[in-house]
Design a binder for this molecule. Structure first.
Ligand SMILES: [Fe+2]
Ligand SMILES: [Fe+2]
Length: 287
């Protein structure tokens, strides 16, 4: 379904605002704006390496993320141009993590290349089918990513690792901006079609999983390392509930929308199930 004139206009303005702020306040160069001279290899641990390598792996799927996003948004200027800016910013995240892994000696070039081969040997697939659902997914996924990196930033500060703290600060600030953009678009969608957008949000919340699942080697094992992920409870408290509040809605409304959609679809053939077990269960959200 093509976008209305008012949707186009709102998306365009939202993108211009996003781009302008990014240009003025948030641009950074992984080579020149990062204090590499502060590298202190004595502070690095294998736990840091697993975290960085896993995050780098998720960020490395930029070609799959952007090619899918462009196919979905190419007829809507604000949305497509956002995906271009977004892809550029995400590409720097993989770059800075890669540089840290190699410069620190936490991984050799050979080890990194073998890891990258694993990553590019798999293809990321769109977890949801429509642009609106992918907006919901974007708001949640960026929020989870922000929380993970912000936790790492604070941990690096505690450990006195100024370089890593700076890197996680720069990357998490980008993720917060991404979350903000998707949240704003979701607000437009809720205004245009309150019931339909709420059902999509509920569908995505209850079927949400992080992009690394099924793609990053030994992802489940990696999740046992402190800081690689956040628990579902932490994500609900610090990601999902604040998003609902910012959108002016509630858990009760979300569950109502979820049940309404389920009831309506009960008679229809079952929808395709997500590729992995969702991170969130209805019971957790209702708790
Ligand atoms: Fe990122
Ligand atoms: Fe992001």
């Amino acid at each position: 379904m093509s976008a209305t004139h008012s949707q186009r206009e709102k998306m365009y303005r939202a993108y211009c605002e996003y781009f302008d702020t990014a240009e003025k306040k948030r641009r950074w160069n992984p080579f020149n704006d990062v204090a590499w001279e502060k590298m202190n290899t004595a502070l690095n641990t294998e736990e840091d390496a697993v975290c960085l390598e896993t995050f780098c792996g998720v960020e490395l799927y930029v070609p799959d993320y952007t090619s899918n996003a462009f196919k979905m948004t190419r007829d809507l200027f604000g949305a497509a141009w956002f995906e271009a800016s977004w892809g550029y910013e995400e590409s720097k995240h993989a770059l800075v993590y890669r540089e840290y892994l190699i410069r620190s000696g936490l991984r050799t070039e050979e080890q990194y290349n073998a890891f990258e081969d694993h990553i590019f040997g798999k293809i990321w697939q769109l977890p949801f089918k429509t642009r609106r659902q992918m907006n919901c997914y974007g708001a949640l996924q960026e929020s989870a990513t922000y929380l993970i990196y912000a936790t790492q930033r604070d941990k690096a500060k505690e450990n006195g690792n100024e370089l890593l703290q700076q890197i996680y600060f720069l990357v998490s600030r980008d993720e917060a901006a991404h979350r903000g953009f998707y949240q704003k678009i979701l607000q437009f969608e809720l205004h245009e079609d309150p019931e339909g957008a709420m059902e999509d949000l509920a569908h995505v919340v209850f079927n949400f999983y992080m992009p690394g699942i099924g793609l990053i080697p030994e992802y489940d094992e990696r999740l046992k390392i402190s800081g690689v992920g956040v628990t579902p409870q932490y994500f609900l408290q610090h990601g999902v509930f604040p998003l609902l509040k910012a959108l002016g809605t509630s858990r009760a409304e979300l569950i109502k929308a979820y049940r309404r959609k389920q009831n309506r679809e009960a008679a229809k053939p079952t929808e395709e199930l997500p590729a992995a077990k969702p991170s969130l269960e209805a019971a957790q959200l209702a708790a």
